[in-house]
Design a protein around this ligand. Structure first.
Ligand code: MN
Length: 393
């Protein structure tokens, strides 16, 4: 057994004290309190409270959408004003560089892919993080800058993984601005650096991966047998207008519209007929897509029948189940999890917290206590990630 797993058990103890452990005790007390009214439910909860600690010898908690930043990336953002002076992407990059309380807390945590992060993972019960360069990554830069910063950041990531091989895995940043060079970096990232997949922060200058110019990237991911994680970023400026009021352009709604639209374009475009073994990962329980399965299949078939549109070999949901995995990042809702298991199957769901933007311990408490089968819990915590990202077990 590895050190990290022992650490997880130690911090899980009710006797360790601290806010998190008190919260777990309260959760258990709540479950016990429900026993009188709902005996069946309470029994299931009590059972699950006990099982993960025992089961932890058999599986790891692998978090699959965990953000980090590099100095070259932040330095690039410092210069971004030379060619990008407004808009949501500009604003977010400047927030990370600023001196707000938010930046003072988050930016150092993003930059730390060493001991500080490991200590936080131990405290939160996270065995492994699959790291990715924080959004919007390199996709806001000019192509030559994007290529250089992606390469340097991937080297930094690979070095952190070499230092902590049981605690970190990583997704390579690529610069879709230059699809041909992206393929070179993808091959280097897997074959030389030993990274585990790729991160693309949704659109690149308002363009999406289904477009033919990006097919070399999809082809390379399929050939290398590593997934592309499509992570949220802001909608393109020209689409952002209706989302500006009330802060709806961000994580509350706009990111899911943007990233869900990217996913729908891939599903409807036929790229999964062309690249049948390509795998895409979507966070936030699939960015809303699983909820729409009935309607988009129905409407796709209706349009095909009436107007002869669409050339997919199968209904769109077929590709959702075959080619797409979703993660729990920032969506710690038991009803949504159960729905997604029913519609997509537990083999297509991976655990993620979205550190440091979300609380990893909350993410673990959510999946520990979810009333799902133990077999499904193990797949979601570790089995699926180990398979899809080729992690050493
Ligand atoms: Mn994220």
């Amino acid at each position: 057994m590895t050190g990290p797993r022992r650490a997880v058990r130690a911090t899980d103890s009710f006797h360790e004290g601290g806010i998190m452990d008190r919260r777990r005790v309260l959760g258990l007390a709540g479950a016990l309190g429900a026993a009188a009214a709902l005996p069946g439910l309470a029994t299931a909860r009590q059972k699950n409270e006990g099982q993960p600690a025992k089961a932890r010898g058999r599986y790891r908690r692998i978090a699959t959408e965990e953000a980090f930043a590099t100095q070259p990336q932040l330095e690039g953002y410092r210069d971004i004003g030379k060619y990008l002076t407004q808009g949501a992407d500009f604003n977010f990059t400047q927030i990370l560089l600023g001196d707000s309380e938010y930046a003072k807390r988050q930016t150092p945590r993003l930059l730390d892919i060493g001991e500080g992060r490991i200590a936080q993972m131990d405290a939160d019960g996270v065995d492994m993080q699959v790291l990715s360069l924080t959004s919007p990554g390199v996709q806001v830069f000019r192509p030559d800058t994007a290529i250089a910063i992606a390469r340097e950041s991937n080297d930094i990531l690979a070095e952190a993984i070499r230092r902590y091989p049981t605690r970190f895995a990583g997704l390579a940043a690529i610069a879709p601005q230059d699809p041909k060079h992206s393929v070179v970096e993808m091959e280097r990232a897997i074959n030389q650096l030993g990274l585990n997949g790729f991160i693309v922060n949704s659109h690149t200058n308002g363009e999406y991966l289904d477009e033919e110019k990006f097919w070399p990237i999809l082809e390379a991911a399929e050939a290398l047998d590593r997934p592309i994680y499509i992570h949220p970023r802001s909608l393109p400026e020209e689409a952002l207008g209706p989302f500006r009021p009330y802060g709806l352009g961000g994580a509350a709604w706009g990111y899911a519209v943007e990233t869900g639209t990217h996913g729908m374009r891939l599903l409807f475009s036929g790229v999964f007929d062309r690249f049948p073994r390509l795998r895409i990962v979507l966070g936030h329980m699939g960015e809303g897509i699983p909820y729409w399965v009935y309607r988009f299949d129905h409407m796709y078939a209706t349009a095909k029948r009436n107007w002869g549109t669409g050339s997919l070999k199968e209904p769109p949901s077929f590709y959702l189940k075959r080619n797409v995995l979703i993660t729990t990042s920032g969506m710690f809702s038991e009803p949504v999890l159960k729905y997604c298991i029913e519609v997509l199957g537990a083999d297509n769901i991976m655990w993620a917290a979205d550190y440091p933007y979300q609380d990893s311990r909350e993410a673990a408490d959510f999946l520990d206590s979810a009333r799902i089968s133990e077999a499904d819990r193990i797949k979601i915590y570790s089995g699926n990630a180990e398979r899809v990202f080729h992690l050493k077990t």
